[in-house]
Design a protein around this ligand. Structure first.
Ligand code: FES
Ligand code: FES
Length: 879
């Protein structure tokens, strides 16, 4: 142990600690300043940045001894909620904060930039931000925030005022209500929660792809001082199955493990260090089994079963529309190709984490990040053998999710531990654990055939996809089904035969990720359309305009699109920009650098696969303010702010007289999953309907206040369930009405390909979308930028390789310098049933980005890559 002295945020501090302990751990654990975040513990993400003197250091990589005698500034020393620094205001004002997990580190870095130069160029900002990852914003608004703060500090911008009050805010850039807390580091994510008398959990995971568990010897681990218990499947008193979307995944494995990373036992100890040490002392005897590592192997006759009681083929869905044979026989040109997409990790910066304790009323309280607290509560109660009223789930601020926090990660084990020990427990995944043990985006194998008339009229589609579901189902059924339904793209096919299946393998399990299967199929259909256009000698945009959906068209599910459809308007809006881009690409192409332009279309149904519903409550409080209650997760996408604006506008109250509460199963109704771009369209409409009920009661009775309502005996709380009118696709034909409406868009990528290396630079993405009425222009732009960012990573670099990818060093994601210029244009074409005409948007820009880039690469240099990601090596092979 050493005595270390330093100045922290202007005050002298003394700690007596292991000198090799990281500065980050000392700041967070010993000095209890949790504004500095831990995203990777390895120097890869920038979340832990602090200033030492005037230099930024990544505090997870610095032993505290190096801080001896130094002056350290953390986010808490930059500004406070009452007295924020201009940078903190600028981040909130510019919409640079979504989940907020990267924000403290970003602001520290921005402070160091502006301390040296009050007028940095965009390139200088990008270069300085390279050590930082933001998975939400696409960096664009972070650049803008730093420029805004610089302008203010130079005296050019006179003030930075947040938009948090007023009426008539639909379409306005209302500031997120939690933005300043996130900017000042005061938001407490699950790992930050101070818990008295807390015990800590570490999990022993399977080293085998597939094996029987013969015996677990835990006596040595249990004898270690500080170890409170070692948990195995025997300690789980309920079904031990996390039955949410799937019905096959145990909290702790009993008889068998099915992938490397499956949880086998958990140590609960008085410290994380003791728990980690004790894990090594558990002896598990396995009987290894033959694994099946690919769908091809899993589907072979006689293949070993991943789950003994069921087939490896666990989901199938055909969609039959028209007469596909006839369609192809009438086509003049037929193109048939195979496309593959890779496995992808969500890469949210906040590792999975949570806390559990037993309340004095006997309830089990689980506090963790979540994309649906009500589903998590139901699932955990069944798995643990508790009645629903004995479990309460509270969503902690969620540092990104993108589909990955729909599944339960820490919640089940936390519950088992808290019930057994009757004391509070905390469980925080390491970054490598988040890589190993959380769901991934499915890799798809897609065999696609399209036929068209000479004039470009599409005649027939044959689309066959296989999704590798990994060891457990998770959301594979919905992902596969949504992919199939969207496999036609936003285009008319009079005849189609579409079929998809999902298959178990002994690999990391696959679940929901931004786009729910649609990014995969969009890559295939948008690529093959360009391949068809080439055969037809047609302009790719002209082919899309000729076949793009118009009102009254019928989808391959037999749904008549009788609502507003802005796809043609999107393409017409893009047309002059596309023609200009083509001219510029031609003019700027050289022998060394080839320029190209590519397109990708998108359509997407906002909502859960049928049936879908959300419940919301509106209440007039005694102080005559409006309170909205809805259990609907905001993971950074801005759902709460959207509900706030909708409620304020519907009631006619200014924002300051409206509050929204979303995070506790005990006091909210079920707003259902934050997934499928559904919270604005489905839950936002529920909020609007509930507030309408309250307002109607007040108007019809001529009352304006809570006291007047009470005096007349009127209820002050109004409850509404919004159920979109949809129907589940028929299991044999796929016919049905899966979503009430769809949003549409088209994106254009402009790229430069370096011929010598095959390296691709994406220069610009232009994104034109019909998303219905925009509720919050800043949130909308932020979601589109974030979607483009993820699509770009998907196209060019991101790939999770099972058993190998365990850090951000091995999972390359786009950083500031990778980002192109982004221009987003939205058409406000109202949807009949969305709140104020809004539709959904969170997933849209992710979907068409990869095919637009792939098509642009082909246009630039003739390299047609049919498997993602498009690495320089793959491009080079064509050059
Ligand atoms: S936590 Fe230090 S760089 Fe990621
Ligand atoms: S806001 Fe940057 S990681 Fe979420």
């Amino acid at each position: 142990m050493h005595e270390i002295n330093f100045i922290l945020n202007g005050a002298p501090r003394r700690v007596i600690v292991d000198p090799q302990k990281s500065l980050l751990k000392v700041i967070r654990e010993d000095l209890k300043l949790t504004g500095t975040k831990e995203g990777c513990s390895a120097g890869h993400c920038g979340s832990c940045a602090v200033l030492v003197g005037s230099e930024v250091v990544l505090s997870c990589r610095v032993p505290v001894v190096k801080a001896q005698g130094k002056e350290i500034t953390t986010i808490e020393g930059i500004g406070t909620l009452k007295n924020p620094h201009p940078l903190q205001l600028a981040f909130a004002k510019a919409g640079a904060i979504q989940c907020g997990f990267c924000t403290p580190g970003m602001i520290i870095r921005a402070k160091s930039i502006l301390d040296k130069n009050l007028d940095p160029s965009r390139d200088e900002i990008k270069k300085a931000l390279q050590p930082h990852i933001c998975r939400c914003t696409g960096y664009q608004k972070i650049f803008e925030a730093i420029e805004l703060a610089a302008s203010y500090l130079r005296g050019k911008t006179k003030s930075i005022e947040l938009k948090l009050t007023g009426r008539g805010t639909i379409g306005q850039p209302v500031t997120r209500s939690d933005a300043l807390e996130k900017a000042t580091g005061t938001t407490l994510y699950a790992a930050d929660l101070p818990v008295d008398g807390c015990a800590y959990i570490k999990v022993l995971r399977s080293p085998h792809h597939h094996a029987k568990i013969i015996q677990i010897e835990k006596a040595e681990a249990e004898a270690i001082p500080g170890v409170l218990t070692v948990l195995t499947a025997e300690d789980v008193k309920g079904t031990n199955i996390l039955k949410m979307a799937g019905d096959d995944q145990p909290i702790l494995c009993g008889n068998k493990v099915r992938f490397i990373g499956d949880p086998v036992a958990a140590v609960v100890a008085t410290s994380e260090e003791i728990a980690s040490y004790a894990i090594e002392k558990i002896e598990v005897t396995y009987e290894p089994l033959e694994p099946v590592l690919t769908p091809e192997e899993a589907l072979k006759e006689g293949a070993i079963k991943v789950h003994d009681d069921r087939s490896n083929l666990f989901f199938e869905q055909p969609i039959i529309h028209g007469d596909v044979k006839k369609g192809f026989s009438e086509a003049d040109v037929v193109v048939e190709k195979t496309y593959r997409t890779q496995t992808v990790e969500h890469g949210y910066l906040e590792n999975d984490a949570g806390v559990a304790y037993i309340h004095e009323n006997g309830q089990l309280i689980i506090m963790s990040a979540s994309q649906n607290i009500h589903a998590h509560r139901k699932t955990i109660s069944e798995a643990l053998g508790l009645s629903l009223d004995k479990v309460r789930v509270i969503q902690t601020p969620t540092g990104g999710a993108f589909g990955g926090k729909l599944d339960i990660s820490v919640g089940g084990i936390l519950g088992v531990a808290a019930l057994k020990l009757k004391r509070p427990v905390k469980f925080v995944y390491t970054r490598s654990e988040t890589f190993a043990a959380t769901p991934k985006r499915h890799p798809f194998l897609m065999k696609v055939k399209v036929g068209a008339k000479k004039d470009g009229t599409l005649m027939a589609l044959d689309f066959d996809l296989t999704a590798d579901g990994g060891a457990y189902k998770s959301f594979s059924n919905s992902v596969t089904q949504r992919g199939l339904i969207h496999s036609q793209g936003p285009y008319r096919f009079p005849h189609a035969k579409v079929y998809g299946k999902a298959v178990y393998t002994n690999t990391a399990f696959k679940g929901a990720m931004r786009g729910f299967g649609v990014p995969q199929v969009a890559f295939a259909i948008e690529s093959i359309l360009d391949e068809l256009a080439l055969e037809l000698k047609m302009n790719p945009l002209a082919l899309r305009i000729k076949n793009g959906f118009v009102k009254g068209d019928t989808t391959i599910c037999g749904q008549v699109l009788d609502h507003a459809i802005g796809f043609q308007e999107c393409m017409e809006t893009l047309k002059p920009l596309y023609e200009k881009a083509l001219r510029e690409a031609k003019a700027n192409t050289t022998q060394e650098i080839k320029r190209g332009v590519g397109l990708g279309g998108v359509w997407f149904g906002p909502g859960r696969s049928a049936p879908d519903q959300s419940e919301a409550w509106a209440e007039l409080l005694p102080d005559d303010t409006l309170q909205v209650w809805i259990g609907a997760a905001d993971m950074g996408q801005g759902a709460e702010t959207t509900f706030w604006q909708i409620a304020s506008e519907t009631m006619g109250f200014p924002l300051e007289k409206v509050k929204v509460f979303t995070t506790d199963t005990e006091i909210t109704p079920d707003g259902n999953f934050s997934a499928g771009s559904r919270q604005t369209y489905v839950s936002g409409r529920a909020v609007q309907m509930a507030v309408e009920e309250l307002k109607k009661a007040m108007d019809e009775n001529g009352v304006k206040t809570y006291n007047e309502m009470k005096a007349k005996g009127l209820p002050t709380l109004y409850k509404v369930v919004n159920k979109p009118v949809t129907s589940r696709p028929d299991p044999k034909t796929g016919q049905g009405v899966p979503w009430e409406t769809y949003s549409f868009g088209i994106q254009m990528a402009e790229v430069a390909v370096e011929i010598k290396t095959g390296k691709v630079d994406v220069l610009k993405i232009t994104s034109v979308h019909d998303l219905g009425t925009v509720i919050n222009i800043q949130n909308m732009e932020g979601q589109l930028h974030g979607g483009i960012y993820m699509g770009l990573g998907y196209a060019l670099m991101e790939e999770f390789i099972y058993t190998k990818t365990d850090s951000f060093a091995k999972f390359r994601v786009p950083r500031a310098k990778d980002m192109p210029d982004m221009e987003v244009i939205t058409l406000n074409i109202p949807r009949q049933k969305g709140p104020f005409g809004a539709s959904g948007m969170a997933e849209y820009a992710d979907v068409p980005t990869a095919p637009a880039i792939a098509n642009a690469i082909f246009h630039a240099c003739g390299a047609r890559i049919r498997d993602l990601p498009i690495t320089p090596d793959k491009v080079k092979k064509f050059l």
